[in-house]
Design a protein around this ligand. Structure first.
Ligand code: NAD
Length: 491
């Protein structure tokens, strides 16, 4: 059944509103926009469309809450208790959260459940970290003692994309709030639904009003994202999204000298050497690009395979890709659901078209027959992709992968580094020395050796080159959301 009514999750609001100073509110000018169901592309709800005046209101509320000190000066243990409660509530509502996320984004329900659990874990992790936090102290015996005062900064502007939106929002909200800041969240316009659950969760957990504020809407000038970046009372912007948008935000934040954290696009290589365990490498590289509909920043969307095993790899990979199950997002057996939005679907399909003229199509290449409507794409595999092909160089952000052969380790590294991006890299080899040397030389913020994309929350997360600026994760997030003031004392 593809009709909306049979798939609508329980607890849908009538309309998606902003949340400012502890209240759900409409836009000051009353404007709204349509939110689409990715299975039918029918509008299923209206969301408030934020404008500069709404951002002003949200920032003023966040600033007042910060200045009051109720949260910003609370003891780490007090904040930690609230964050743990938030995680508890999220865990008990995991199924509801996942159902909303799946409905709004088109992600397979099974994977959406995993993302909901991860979002709760983000809060639990920062709840623990904030009480374990120690600050530096340095002593010159008999002369001077120095210590560091760590302080929340103020109002943090959090701007997030539509892929795994709830989890990515949690990734920013948890450390920003744990460290005592107030926030204004601007969720992605394609997928505002799950974000509407934050307010209830935070209220129930006892977060003081005004600490969390949210304004929905578009990013461009005259809407919600742009004025948040340019607001003089917002000293920090944490942004996740496309590299092109990151450049615009960088420029707009420059006159204010704001703190910026940028998590941007990727075109990450998975490098498979002839001595790798091929079966494991194939399973992992299938998952690496087709899970989360391929709408994953760290997707291994370029697979580089050593020539001696290339033909076998391509054949087995294509056969396995044809077995990846495309289905309705709410079906527990679905592995690839519906692409988030018709605009993005068109973009992905245009790359499928481009790929057909640039390389050899070995699996997929269009819409699955059983889904004549909606944003469904067959898992698509191109082989013999040349490094100057657009499908090798450009981020597609869908279930489409490019496979390229290489002969030597040097060539593998050169190909791996041959894009403007540098987010993640995956290396498959049983030669440990080679694995560590490639890790050292590959231009990527994160490297997985013989392993799937599984993160330890304590490690830094971020990209190099066009994939980002700065790191989040563990103490790096704490550093981003706090000032470190040095205090010097003569002894
Ligand atoms: P996007 O850049 O189009 O939008 C992201 C957010 O920025 C949205 O909320 C949007 O409204 C807002 N925005 C747009 N223009 C703005 C402006 N001028 N000022 C302020 N805000 C503005 O990205 P998207 O299409 O939503 O997300 C997909 C992209 O995100 C991909 O490139 C993907 O690789 C990247 N991504 C990166 C990571 C990472 O951690 N590196 C994680 C997830 C997604």
């Amino acid at each position: 059944m593809t009709d909306i009514a049979s798939r609508k999750p329980e607890g849908l609001p009538d309309v998606i509103r902003h949340y400012i100073d502890g209240e759900f509110v409409d836009s000051i000018d009353g404007d709204t926009f349509d939110v689409l169901d990715p299975v039918t592309n029918q509008p299923y709800i209206q969301a408030a469309s934020g404008k500069p005046a709404d951002i002003d209101r949200a920032v003023a509320a966040a600033k007042a809450a910060f200045v009051s000190g109720e949260w910003s000066q609370a003891l780490p243990r007090q904040r930690s208790r609230v964050l743990h409660k938030i995680a508890d509530i999220m865990e008990t509502r995991g199924d509801q959260l996942a159902a909303m996320e799946c409905f709004d984004t088109g992600l397979p329900i099974k994977q959406a459940k995993g993302q909901a659990a991860r979002a709760a874990e983000n809060f639990r992790f920062f709840a623990d970290l904030i009480v374990a936090q120690h600050d530096d102290a340095f002593k010159v015996p008999g002369r001077q003692a120095n210590y560091v005062n760590r302080k929340p900064i103020g109002v943090a502007g959090l701007i997030t994309p539509w892929n795994t939106p709830f989890m990515l929002e949690s990734w920013k909200l948890a450390p920003a709030i744990a460290t005592g800041n107030s926030v204004v969240l601007k969720p992605a316009e394609f997928t505002p639904l799950s974000a509407s659950l934050w307010a209830g969760i935070f209220e129930e957990a006892g977060l003081p009003k005004g600490v969390f504020n949210m304004v929905h809407g578009f990013g461009e000038e005259g809407y919600a994202g742009d004025p948040l970046v340019k607001h003089p009372d917002v000293p920090l912007i944490s942004f996740t999204g496309e590299s092109r948008t990151g450049q615009i935000i960088f420029a707009n934040a420059a006159p204010h000298l704001k703190g910026l954290s940028m998590e941007l696009g990727g075109k990450s290589p998975a490098v498979v050497f002839e001595d790798a365990d091929l079966e494991t490498a194939i399973d992992a590289t299938i998952f690496g690009v087709f899970s989360l509909n391929g709408e994953r920043c760290t997707a291994g969307s370029r697979i580089l395979v050593q020539r001696s095993v290339y033909d076998e790899f391509v054949e087995r990979y294509a056969a396995q890709a044809k077995n990846v199950k495309v289905g309705l997002p709410n079906d527990e057996t679905t592995e690839v659901g519906a692409i988030v939005h018709p605009e993005h679907y068109e973009k992905v399909m245009s790359y499928v078209e481009i790929g057909t003229s640039e390389a050899r199509l070995v699996a997929g290449g269009g819409r699955p027959e059983e889904f004549p409507e909606g944003n469904f794409v067959q898992p698509t595999v191109f082989a013999d992709v040349k490094p100057d092909a657009r499908i090798f160089q450009e981020e597609i952000f869908g279930p489409v992968v490019a496979i390229t052969p290489f002969d030597t380790e040097e060539e593998a590294l050169e190909l791996a580094n041959n894009t403007k991006y540098g987010l993640a890299a995956y290396i498959w080899t049983n030669d440990l020395k080679r694995a560590h040397n490639i890790a050292q030389n590959v231009e990527a913020g994160m490297v997985w050796l013989n392993s799937n994309n599984v993160r330890d929350l304590r490690t830094p997360f971020g990209g190099v080159k066009a994939s980002g600026l700065g790191h989040e994760g563990g103490y790096r997030s704490i550093d981003f959301y706090t000032d470190q003031q040095a205090v010097h004392i003569n002894l």
